[in-house]
Design a binder for this molecule. Structure first.
Ligand code: SF4
Length: 499
């Protein structure tokens, strides 16, 4: 833990941002005003002169001193934006002195939020040109040219995939959560419960009964309001962990109660765990005209799969991919994770070589993140992960691979405690992008969450977001789904009133 002393009290939101930035450089850090023996001390100055914000930082570490100065002149300066601009300018100088001290360069600059491309879209919609956006991202946010180029490519691709992205909030997308998996992966914080155990306790059946009710009630509301549905995503957990006849019944309920099903642009079913995929379940998907699934290898090294608790083999991933392909799945996504325990460049290179043989339509490259609630974070010492430089090299390998195999990046998001302060990138062959992934990442429209652990985001015409979370635990879901239906309908009604 590094203790960083600041020269005086700052508002809590400033301290939070300083802490986020310091954590990019040190495993763990704390910003404090009064402390006896700090590891380092930072002194900030700032002043506003007419339209100009002038800031500086001085960092002192073990007798060494690092200084930085930054000023920016704006065309106009209102009270409501001044605070945010001062905070950004202080972040700028703080980042510079931390980079000078550690020798580490943060390619995402001062950007600690999870949706960089949402920021890009915001500037684009405000009328800024590509050049103006690039200049702001580089000069104010300190984002590297390479990452800005990545953002540009993604935004361009998104607008080709969804030309009406900016006006999509008159439609809605649906997320349906099935909270069961064969076993729980060590890095996972999704609502995912071992299905065998819950099946024995009768919780799978009772959860599904609740889910049918929720689908019916919300589907009836959408029908009554003749809502257009952009995309539907079955996630979880693993929605193919349940039996084929249970899947079939759910899709029947969906089609019976949801409006305009023939016009839905995309339906995806996560079949992430290869050990859940069977010929029978693929036939059910085909019956309901679902041909976009995700089969997630994560790694092509058996020891890694064992270490992260996935309990299936590499061969099973390969076999199930080809089974799905031969049974008519036309658009298959595969996920890989950079930085899994005991993996270095050779293992990742091997994963990419195996991916090349299959040529899935899309490939999502995640960087491992230590999420607070995961088994891996609780027992961090058990898991040896690659260092920052190796992780960065792996990401570069993925980028090179994607380019060579004609995959284009089309969405990205970042997470807290992500290795190397990197990102997760979704690549796809042209025309095979997932619409759902774009609308959820860019918060382009309301997403109605149904089922366990499903989060809803109600977005009004001004972009204001109201969230609602269904419980993660199947038992809690059973107790409260009726109340959740009522609350969500009330939020939908409110949105209707505001449109
Ligand atoms: S398959 Fe996915 S949802 Fe299930 S436990 Fe693993 S990471 Fe979590």
């Amino acid at each position: 833990m590094k203790i960083i002393q600041v020269d005086r009290s700052y508002p809590e939101d400033y301290i939070r941002v300083f802490n986020h930035l310091a954590n990019l450089f040190f495993e763990d850090s704390k910003i404090k005003v009064k402390v006896e023996q700090p590891d380092m001390q930072v002194t900030f100055t700032y002043q506003v002169e007419a339209q100009t914000i002038i800031t500086s930082a001085r960092l002192v570490v073990a007798g060494q001193q690092y200084t930085s100065h930054y000023q920016k002149t704006y065309e106009n300066m209102h009270d409501d934006v001044q605070n945010i601009r001062i905070k950004r300018a202080l972040s700028h100088v703080f980042l510079t002195v931390l980079e000078a001290h550690t020798g580490m360069i943060q390619e995402w600059g001062i950007l600690t939020g999870i949706r960089p491309t949402k920021l890009y879209h915001k500037m684009r919609k405000a009328g800024q040109t590509k050049q103006q956006i690039a200049q702001t991202l580089h000069e104010d946010f300190r984002i590297s040219h390479e990452k800005i180029r990545l953002m540009e490519q993604i935004v361009e691709r998104q607008l080709v995939t969804i030309p009406d992205l900016d006006t999509l909030n008159n439609e809605i997308s649906i997320y349906i959560g099935i909270p069961f998996c064969p076993t729980k992966c060590a890095y996972c914080t999704f609502p995912a419960y071992a299905i065998g155990h819950h099946r024995k306790k009768g919780r799978v059946t009772s959860f599904l009964e609740g889910l049918h009710c929720e689908l019916q009630a919300l589907g009836e509301w959408l029908t009554a309001h003749d809502k257009k549905i952009t995309s539907i995503y079955w996630g979880g957990g693993t929605p193919t962990a349940i039996e084929a006849h249970e899947m079939d019944a759910l899709y029947a309920t969906l089609h019976r109660y949801f409006p305009n099903m023939a016009e839905v642009r995309e339906i995806t079913v996560e079949a992430g765990r290869p050990d859940t995929i069977t010929k029978e379940k693929l036939a059910v998907l085909r019956k309901w005209h679902i041909d976009r699934i995700s089969v997630n290898p994560q790694s092509y090294t058996n020891e890694t799969l064992q270490a992260i608790g996935r309990h299936h083999t590499v061969q099973e991933t390969i076999d199930k991919f080809w089974l799905a392909r031969n049974e008519g799945m036309r658009n298959i996504n595969m996920d890989l994770i950079i930085g899994l325990p005991n993996e270095g460049l050779p293992q990742f290179e091997h994963s990419l070589a195996e991916t090349k043989k299959m040529q899935p339509e899309s490939l999502t490259v995640h960087t491992l993140s230590f999420k607070r609630a995961s088994e891996m974070t609780h027992n961090k010492e058990k898991y040896q992960v690659a260092d920052r430089q190796t992780v960065i090299q792996m990401m570069k390998m993925a980028e090179k691979f994607a380019k060579e195999e004609q995959y284009t990046p089309y969405y990205l998001y970042r997470q807290k405690n992500i290795l190397g302060n990197l990102e997760n990138v979704g690549y796809s062959k042209k025309g095979e992008e997932s619409i759902y992934n774009i609308v959820i990442m860019e918060e382009a429209q309301t997403i109605l969450g149904i089922g366990c652990g499903a989060s809803s985001k109600f977005i009004n015409s001004e972009g204001r977001i109201t969230q609602f979370h269904n419980p993660k635990d199947p038992a809690a879901y059973m107790m409260s789904f009726e109340e959740a239906i009522e609350k969500k309908i009330a939020l939908l009604e409110q949105l209707e009133g505001e449109q």
